[in-house]
Structure formats: C-alpha cells, structure tokens
Design a protein. Structure first.
Length: 217
C-alpha cells in the first residue's frame, strides 16, 4: 500500500497513529500552497490508506505545526505542537498549541500554553483521568536555554499545572508517557548532563509533576 494523500501543496506528516477502526490518522502541517503560512493538518484514512477526511486548524497569523496526535476516549483526536511568529526570517514568539476535535475531525476547542518566553509541544497523551498532558521544551526567550517542559490539563484543556526540568544548557522532551503509578516519564535530549554534546535524558515524575532529577541511560 502506497498513497500520496495530498497534492499541490507543501505538507509534512510528523505523527502517525492507528485508530480504533483499523485506519490511520496523520498529523503535521500544510501550507496549502507554497509561501502561505503552515497550519495544523489532520488526515483520517481507512485501513488501506484512502483518505476519508482532512481538516486544518490555526486561524491566526502564526505558523502552526502539529508534532503529536492521540485518539481520545470519546473517539475524537487531540493534536499538540506549536504556534510561532516570524519576522524577516527571525523567530519572534513560540507557544504550545493544542487542539481537540471530534471523531470526524470537527473543531471542539483550542488552547495555548507556555506563558511568556518560548515553548513547543512534541508529545501529547490522554491521561488516566481523561485529561491531557503535553511535553516539549520551554525557554525564557528566543536566545535562552531550553528546559524539559511538562503541562497537565483537565478534560477541557484548562491548565492544571506545569513544570520544567533541566540544567544550565539545552534540554528538550521528545516523548512522554504516563506511568503505572500515574506519574510521568519524559525522554529526550540534553546538553546539560551526560558526556558532553547531546545525550539521552529521561526524567520520572510523580502525578503532580514533581521529580528528584533525571538520568542518562
């Protein structure tokens, strides 16, 4: 099976999941046409890769890129990524952007997280309590060092708490899971710890996001 799902635009798939009906959901971005701003892009296919529907999200003036998709307990989908603004090729702002849709990809709600500074979400999950968590990085400014970032939300996307973890240099989460004790494990890369350069780094937290530190596998 091979499929070219979308044509005549600049697109990228950054997350793929198999859905409960045996089909697939692909998330990433589409620019619609070369030169336009990217938008979150969600495509649903059947088991053979035939497109059933697709939707875009992100209506502001930013650049919206989805890095993670999850099918939710109600049969819908949640997408996490970032919304960034650029001037003259320079990054000006970046925030985590999170979208919840129904089983047919219809928009339900959206939220941004990260507060002031820079933040991006590279991994998202639905948690045991039917809420959500996302992880990525957060930095105080464009030029500031990045830290592991973990945010917990309720079922409607309202932020319950957020935490950062890291050292003096750059640290970024690329994958997030909820553990059997209802805490969280975050894995990514670090320049703050290890043998120098970029190294693997894993952080384990309790259910409130508190951690005693990370370790290099």
């Amino acid at each position: 099976m091979e499929q070219n799902i979308h044509k005549n635009s600049k697109d990228g798939v950054l997350s793929l999941i198999q859905t409960s009906d045996g089909g697939y959901a692909l998330a990433g971005y589409t620019e619609g046409q070369i030169g336009s701003r990217p938008r979150f892009y969600l495509i649903k296919t059947d088991a053979d890769g035939n497109r059933l529907w697709n939707h875009t999200f992100g209506t502001g003036n930013g650049h919206y890129v989805a890095y993670s998709a999850v099918q939710t307990s109600d049969g819908g989908y949640a997408l996490a990524g970032d919304n960034s603004t650029w001037i003259g090729g320079s990054l000006m702002t970046r925030h985590c952007y999170f979208v919840k849709v129904d089983a047919n990809g219809n928009f339900e709600w959206e939220m941004e997280y990260g507060g002031t500074g820079m933040a991006a979400a590279y991994s998202a999950i639905q948690t045991y309590d039917k809420g959500f968590a996302l992880a990525g990085y957060k930095a105080p400014s464009v030029s500031g060092n990045r830290d592991f970032y973990l945010a917990k939300m309720d079922t409607n996307g309202a932020l319950l708490w957020e935490n950062t973890y890291g050292g003096e240099l750059d640290d970024m989460v690329h994958s997030l899971v909820q553990t059997n004790d209802k805490g969280y494990a975050l894995a990514g890369q670090t320049r703050s710890f290890g043998e120098g350069g970029w190294d693997f780094w894993i952080v384990k937290t309790d259910k409130e996001g508190c951690s005693s530190g990370g370790f290099n596998p």
